[in-house]
Design a protein around this ligand. Structure first.
Ligand code: IPM
Ligand code: MG
Length: 356
């Protein structure tokens, strides 16, 4: 089993370090190899996703990814910005299925900005299509506007598009995932306005015929954004496109109290995967030793489950995380009165100890 370790920028290095320590304590045989990515790679080689890093990621069974990005790269031309590294990895590895669970841990119910009764026991799985949509659609660029409200004016444009197979495969992923949960899927679209998402809705409905045991409903994205803060527990599996999934998954993450707790998995058709915390590189707290490593540690658990077929080890990590929360240990992002404030490394130490 080979794991490519790509810590990236900002808090990426600190949090990945803790996840690597936890993986190392499992008595499993992995080969782990580290490479630069994002801004760190740009500094080292002038490119956010160097050939060697991409090669390592492709050859590995799984990629453990930290985070990329820093304000200081915002002025670079788009192709050189750190974000291009994660987009390039998704595209080059064909990681079309992004799993973003939003789980509200019992111990953190009061950390949510919503009333405790709205989020207690929350367990949503957002499945975001990750290699299509307006993120990757061509053509895109800048030009002189040929028509519209201001013909002849300077304009920028992107293209929203989805092919049938892209929608079919992500719909199947969602229905299969629902089979292992409460057997309900909500497909989120904007079929009332966009051709792309009318087609999305039609194709998801067709695929659903193969899954008569699963209940499917459709919701417009604006309503979904509202329902997520009104009655989040009504959702179970949510499937949506790349852009809507980007936005809704951040919203869902915040319901749980801290985005610092949420792991994610991005899988391709052969179960090769990239595992990363749902949060970003948080340059404002980088290097201070206060970042929450739990999302990355939980991402390592997802990696064991989905790509490395080590379910038992995955549960060992997840139980250890619950244990440290029960012990009252909290990094600043999840701290509340009466709990014990700890730093990144102390939290890693505690998880290691709780592995038993
Ligand atoms: C995410 C991030 C990325 C995205 C950025 C960093 C390119 O926001 O993983 O949700 O938009 O997909
Ligand atoms: Mg995002």
């Amino acid at each position: 089993m080979k794991i490519a370790v790509l810590p990236g920028d900002g808090i990426g290095t600190e949090i990945v370090e803790q996840a690597v320590r936890v993986l190392g304590a499992l008595d499993l045989k992995f080969e782990m190899e580290t490479a630069v990515v994002g801004g760190a790679a740009y500094e080292a080689s002038g490119r956010p996703l160097p050939e060697a890093t991409l090669k390592l990621a492709k050859e590995a069974d799984a990629v453990l990814f930290g985070a990329v990005g820093d304000w200081k790269y915002d002025k670079l031309e788009r192709a050189l910005r750190p974000e291009q590294a994660i987009l390039g990895l998704r595209k080059n590895l064909g990681l079309f299925a992004n799993f973003r669970p939003a789980i509200c841990y019992e111990q953190l119910t009061h950390a949510s900005s919503l009333k405790p009764e709205l989020v207690a026991g929350l367990d949503i799985l957002i499945i975001r299509e990750l290699t299509g949509d307006i993120y990757f659609g061509q053509p895109r660029g800048k030009r002189t506007s040929p028509d519209g409200n201001f013909p002849g004016a300077e304009e920028a444009f992107d293209t929203m598009r989805y092919t049938r197979p892209e929608i079919e495969r992500i719909a199947r992923v969602a229905f299969e995932a629902a089979r292992k949960r409460s057997k309900r899927v909500t497909s989120v679209d904007k079929a009332n306005v966009l051709e792309t998402f009318q087609f999305w809705k039609d194709v998801v409905t067709e695929v659903h015929k193969d899954y008569p045991d699963i209940e499917l409903d459709h919701m417009y994205v604006d309503n979904a954004a509202m329902q997520l803060v009104k009655a989040p527990k009504k959702f179970d599996v949510v499937v949506t496109g790349n852009m809507f999934g980007d936005i809704l998954s951040d919203e869902a993450a915040m319901l749980t109290g801290s985005i610092g707790m949420l792991p994610s998995a991005s899988l391709n058709a052969s179960k090769q995967g990239l595992y990363e915390p749902s949060h970003g590189s948080a340059p404002d707290i980088a290097g201070k030793g206060v970042a929450n490593p739990l999302a990355t540690i939980l991402s390592a658990a997802m990696m064991l489950r989905f790509s490395l077929e080590q379910e038992e080890a995955a549960q060992r990590i997840e139980n250890a995380v619950k244990k440290v929360l029960s012990q009252g240990l909290r990094t600043p992002d999840i701290y509340s009165e009466g709990t014990t404030r700890v730093g990144t490394r102390e939290m890693g130490d505690a998880v290691l100890k709780a592995l038993g």
